[in-house]
Design a protein around this ligand. Structure first.
Ligand code: PEP
Ligand code: MG
Length: 841
């Protein structure tokens, strides 16, 4: 059966149309849901409007028992809401949006659906619904839209028209600096009187009737864009002439070229020297100063400093806009919404996969005429500022979504993101978070949240400097995986003026303010990339698998490119950092499949969610904990939320099914044999054959022999092992010297695990950051590591060092390091045996 969704601005209209339609089938035989109105106001009165979420919910509800869904819409934004609903829905039933008249189409569709018609047939019936009325009135039926647009691929230039079937076509170039914002859109509507005019942004942008201000704004036409304008009717030529004049004249706004916002924001050479720092209390850093911190991701790079943009604060509710200024405020909202939609369109065009879908959905939200119209109404009726009006309107939309719960509630974050973007655009400030720039920059911050660092990929950020954060903080880990040189714990860094060029050395942990040209050239030349040939081998032929640490499919693609031998640690929590609701089994399976399929016939070790402590997941860690590093973290979450582990194992088994990759699973934060045994039992029950645990607690290290009786392999998480052995918070740069895998106590615990692995004949991997340190790699092998897993970028350097030493060298170096009384002496003892090559880092 085909289900039907009727989308209307008015709940009463929707219900009345449905009542009329159901009369045709005596109330039975058809499944129709009405998605109408935009809720009720504070007095309980219905608000006219459409709601994409309600449409998506109706589609999903029908999907449960229908083979297809036809969506009929009344007008204007109902169409946009229906389009957005296609992105928001979770079901995958075929859906068709019908360009049919609402009432007639609904009647015809209901009758066809009740008669058992297929989706095509029901849609065709709805589409032909005006025929009867047109015949009765003896007027030719309007041709379908696609046929009205007669623009050939090679449409003529501005001045000439092409005509076909009574429709004239012209191409016009947007010449005014601000593009088609509210004022030009109004002029276009006015000039189009006397003809049926449509505009389309070329080459493949949306199209809009000239009479609809909001639709024309949503074209997002900017300076330099070309529009195809079609006009039908007796006055078509005159109308096109008027429009041409407007375009050529730049709508009276001039036609000079403007710089883009980012160009405007780029500091001049002078301002780079003198601009004050943005957001700090630290003393201003002078040119020539060298700040010291901890180098946590190698590489040297020089670029101007940019700061993390602060959150957009809630705009003041008490500022009132005078009557005569309200039009300008409304115009600011319209322009900002179009500008944001356009920015998101450009970013979506450059993105792929899930990121593209998300950006497209955000673009549609930014372009939602209801959002703009409601905010504009607040300006006009209550004198709110543009920013405040948009803020309040978004809050109302958020509440509607949050009330729906589930996946729909997750869209709240998207609305907030769009809200912040539009408000930032209105206020002409940077969007919160990592700024978008056209030129390379060094990002400086007090500290970064995992979500901030996750958004760095693909942008122009070339290095990170933070005042806080430790060597194994997730900021450091993500920087390494993105290959961005990073220095953490650089006290005073937030005193560097915006735009000042700094030379960041992620190996020795220095940040040099305003270095000389020769210093920059020298440092960049020294940053050498070492290729990995795809097989970790010691000088004597002993194999040590060199694997990659990944946080999702994009990392996996990088790891494949870097010729990693497999994945030694898939940090699954990185796939869901922002989610407020637990991901479904299907959603998880899709995320895991993205990594598993990248490594056919190779090992992929997947770690179950390590939520908590420095990377809490909103859906898993809902409590404030006094001491989160020692609290409900990693495997311990299953004590309270067994369903999370159950679903994850099911998703992983499903992602592994039918794939040639050797998928293994391991649990983080294990302390006892009982925990390991129970985890192994659950994982095997879910269908995963090889089960391991991470050794991150001293307890697990000391119990390694007993643990090997219940699990197949272990992987040493040296980041946490150091944290828990030395009782030093890994996030605290001040304690970086304690959080050091060279500490003899840590090395001795690793030795205990290595010995147990050799005795049991089982694999001992290392996946903490220590595995990617070329100086330590040989020592780890000597202590019994059978594989090393690291960020892809470290593979070449680690392989290079290992290729120069034998297993016997490694064992001697390990013995010497373990016997040393201090970290420094351990380092020196190992270097003396493994040679200067191993100590080069
Ligand atoms: C570790 O602790 O060494 C580890 C690899 O896990 P994470 O850094 O994700 O806590
Ligand atoms: Mg860990």
């Amino acid at each position: 059966m085909i289900g039907i969704v009727a989308v209307s601005h008015s709940a009463r209209l929707g219900e009345a149309a449905l009542e009329l339609a159901m009369q045709m089938v005596q109330g039975g035989g058809a499944r129709v849901l009405v998605a109408a109105g935009a809720g009720v106001d504070a007095d309980g009165a219905p608000i006219l409007g459409t709601d994409a979420v309600a449409v998506a919910t109706a589609i999903d509800e029908l999907a449960a028992d229908c083979d297809g869904v036809l969506v009929l819409m009344d007008l204007g934004s109902a169409v946009l809401s229906a389009e957005l609903a296609l992105e928001l829905r979770v079901s995958d039933v075929p859906v068709r949006l019908a360009p049919a008249p609402f009432v007639e189409g609904l009647l015809a569709a209901v009758v066809a659906a009740a008669a058992g018609g297929e989706l095509d047939a029901v849609a065709a019936e709805a589409g032909a619904a005006l025929g009867a009325k047109a015949g009765q009135l003896d007027v030719p039926e309007a041709a379908p839209e696609a046929e009205q647009s007669t623009a050939p691929d090679t449409a003529p230039d501005v001045a000439s028209d092409s005509a076909a079937a009574g429709t004239l076509v012209r191409r016009l170039v947007v010449r005014n600096p601000l593009g088609i914002h509210a004022r030009p859109a109004a002029l276009i509507a006015e000039a189009s009187a006397g003809a049926d005019v449509r505009l389309r942004r070329l080459p493949d942008g949306p199209d809009a009737p000239a009479s609809s201000l909001s639709r024309v704004l949503i074209l997002g036409a900017r300076q330099g864009d070309e529009l195809e304008v079609t006009a039908t009717g007796p006055h078509a030529v005159a109308v096109l002439d008027r429009l041409s004049e407007l375009f050529v004249d730049g709508f009276g706004e001039g036609t000079e070229t403007v710089r883009t916002k980012s160009q405007k924001a780029a500091p001049s050479a002078k301002s780079q020297q003198t601009a004050p720092p943005l957001q700090h209390n630290a003393p201003v850093v002078e040119a020539g100063t060298v700040l010291r911190g901890r180098g946590v991701s190698p590489g040297r790079v020089a670029a101007p400093v940019v700061y993390l943009a602060p959150a957009v604060g809630e705009p003041d509710a008490n500022t009132l806009v005078a009557e005569q200024d309200r039009d300008a405020e409304v115009s600011a909202i319209e322009w900002a919404a179009v500008a944001v939609a356009d920015q998101l369109r450009v970013r979506a065009e450059q993105a792929t996969g899930e990121a593209k879908d998300i950006l497209d959905a955000s673009r549609l939200m930014a372009a939602d005429p209801e959002l703009v119209a409601e905010a504009a109404a607040l300006v006009r009726s209550k004198g709110r500022t543009a920013a405040r009006a948009l803020w309040e309107t978004a809050a109302k939309h958020e509440q509607g979504l949050a009330a729906l719960g589930g996946r729909m509630a997750e869209r709240v974050a998207d609305i907030r993101d769009v809200r912040d973007r539009i408000v930032a655009e209105i206020l002409e400030v940077d969007m919160p978070g990592v700024p978008e720039r056209d030129e390379p920059f060094v990002l400086v911050a007090t500290d970064l949240a995992p979500a901030d660092t996750a958004s760095l990929s693909g942008g122009q950020c070339v290095a990170l400097v933070t005042e806080q954060g430790g060597p194994t903080s997730h900021t450091a880990i993500i920087a390494r995986s993105l290959g961005l040189p990073a220095v953490v714990g650089a006290t005073g860094a937030t005193g560097i003026p915006i735009g000042m060029t700094v030379l960041v050395d992620g190996s020795d942990g220095t940040v040099e303010a305003e270095p000389t040209e020769s210093r920059i050239a020298e440092a960049v030349a020294a940053a050498r990339i070492v290729e990995f040939d795809g097989a970790g081998t010691l000088a004597d032929g002993h194999r040590v698998a060199l694997l990659a640490n990944v946080g999702g499919a994009p990392d996996a693609a990088n790891a494949v490119a870097a010729r990693a031998e497999g994945v030694g640690l898939f940090r699954t929590e990185f796939c869901f950092l922002d989610q407020t609701e637990a991901p479904s089994v299907q959603e998880q399976a899709a995320a895991y499949r993205g990594v598993v399929t990248a490594f056919p016939d190779r090992k992929v070790v997947v770690r179950t969610l390590d939520a908590g402590s420095d990377k809490p997941l909103p859906f898993a860690n809902d409590d404030e904990e006094e001491n989160p590093a020692l609290g409900i973290r990693g495997l311990r979450i299953a004590r309270r939320r067994p369903e999370l582990l159950h679903d994850q194992l099911a998703a992983l088994a499903s992602a592994a099914a039918g794939q040639s990759a050797h998928v293994e699973v391991m649990a983080p934060m294990v302390a006892t044999v009982d925990e390991a045994a129970e985890f192994a039992e659950r994982a095997r029950a879910a269908g995963i054959e090889r089960v391991g645990i991470m050794i991150e607690t001293p307890s697990a290290a000391l119990l390694a022999a007993e643990l090997f009786e219940v699990i197949d392999f272990v992987s040493l998480g040296t980041n946490d092992l150091a944290q828990y052995t030395l009782a030093a918070d890994r996030m605290l740069s001040e304690l970086g010297d304690l959080n050091d895998p060279w500490q003899p106590a840590v090395l001795r615990l690793i030795g205990v695990v290595g010995d147990a692995g050799r005795a049991a004949g089982k694999q001992v991997g290392v996946c903490g950051e220590a595995a990617g340190d070329p100086a330590l790699a040989g020592v780890l092998v000597g202590l019994g590591a059978t594989s090393l897993s690291m960020t892809s970028r470290s593979l070449g350097r680690v392989a290079e060092v290992l290729a120069g030493v034998t297993e016997a060298d490694c064992q001697r170096a390990a013995e010497a390091a373990v016997a040393a009384p201090t970290a420094e002496k351990a380092r020196m003892a190992a270097r003396a045996i493994l040679g200067a090559a191993a100590g080069a880092q």
